[in-house]
Design a protein. Structure first.
Ligand code: FAD
Length: 306
């Protein structure tokens, strides 16, 4: 077990954490960036198209942008530890982060930039058939799904938007909603007008079935357990924040996102949060990066005036 002292430890090297680390470095804070994965970028690993609204980013997909972040961190000399997760946060005189492997780091300030992950169904067959019919984005997999019978799982805007796109491509679409539909009225009405679209409410997917590829889903609803033949399953259940490890010490909202004030301070003195983990009004790279920068401005004032 080792103990390292830092002015600022940043948890998560997605856009929020990387931006914060660069700002911290240029403001001469003694910073360490921790990332559970083997490289920075966070959700950018899943962005398989060119994001067009990121100022200064002219060409390249999410992984290319993540690669640019790797070079930027190295160029700025930011100390980063990859493959290390924060597993707990305790408070006594200082803040102590407990890490993978039992290491601990004491810090004057902690910035949580741990982001979010897509929610999964968690049923048999989902992981087995991922990439073989199970998709998390109809946009991304539109060529493979076009014109085929597809089950879309979820009741929000994203699920209905995906269902509308697939219906527009000529396929039969069944939308399976666990509870009630939350998608905006416009999407509901447009889908209701599609001849080959069906919405099943109060229905749970209990298994994804197939052999080489997906060929059906098993659902349980008011009419008991049934199977629907399909060639694709698009899972659109929203995202969950990566806050399980700090949930016992930070104030969270009902869905587990970190509550912050206008300066991105959490309910725990010495701890700030930035990016998707705070449930911003817009979950996007520039917002995460901007929050990372703002949080560092507040942290620097707090640390240096202490
Ligand atoms: C398919 C898709 C398309 C998108 N398209 C766009 C787009 O076109 N334009 C746009 O601006 N945005 C887009 N986004 C959204 C954008 O990617 C996110 O808003 C942004 O990545 C959020 O950054 P973040 O740093 O807050 O979190 P994340 O990107 O989620 O990064 C968090 C990081 O923290 C790490 N981490 C988590 N827990 C721990 C822990 N306990 N210890 C150590 N490390 C931890 C994770 O491994 C991850 O690397 C898209 C997202 C997706 C999924």
């Amino acid at each position: 077990m080792s103990t390292i002292e830092r002015e600022l430890v940043i948890v998560g090297a997605g856009p929020a954490g990387v931006s914060a680390a660069l700002w911290a470095r240029s403001r001469h804070l003694d910073v360490l960036l921790l990332e559970g994965a083997g490289a920075p970028g966070g959700q950018l690993a899943h962005v398989h198209f060119q994001p067009r609204e990121i100022v200064g980013w002219l060409s390249g997909d999410g992984p290319a942008l993540a690669m640019a972040m790797t070079r930027q961190l190295a160029g700025a000399g930011v100390p980063v530890r990859y493959g290390i997760r924060a597993e707990g946060l305790t408070v006594d005189q200082d803040l102590t982060l407990r890490l993978t492997g039992g290491d601990r780091i004491r810090a004057r300030a902690v910035l949580v930039a741990a982001g979010a992950r897509r929610r999964r169904l968690g049923v048999p067959g989902e992981r087995e058939f991922e990439g073989r019919g199970v998709s998390f984005s109809a946009t991304l997999d539109r060529e493979r799904l076009a014109g085929r019978p597809v089950v879309v799982v979820g009741g929000g805007d994203a699920a209905f938007e995906n269902a509308l796109m697939l219906a527009g491509l000529g396929g039969e679409v069944t939308v399976v909603v666990r509870g009630e539909v939350r998608a905006r009225r416009e999407f509901r009405e447009r889908l209701a007008a599609e001849r080959k679209a069906l919405v099943l409410r109060q229905t749970h997917v209990v298994a994804v079935l197939g052999d080489e590829r997906v060929n059906a889903v098993r659902v349980r609803g008011a009419q008991g357990v049934r199977e629907f033949a399909c060639e694709g399953v698009v899972v659109k259940l929203g995202v969950s924040p990566n806050t399980e490890w700090c949930a016992d010490v930070l104030g969270l909202d009902g869905d587990g996102f970190i509550r912050v004030d206008a300066g991105l301070a959490t309910t725990l003195p010495g701890v700030w949060a930035a990016g998707d983990v705070t449930r911003p009004a817009l979950a996007a790279v520039p917002v995460a990066a901007g929050q990372g920068a703002l949080a560092v401005a507040a942290i620097r004032s707090a640390v240096r005036s202490a």
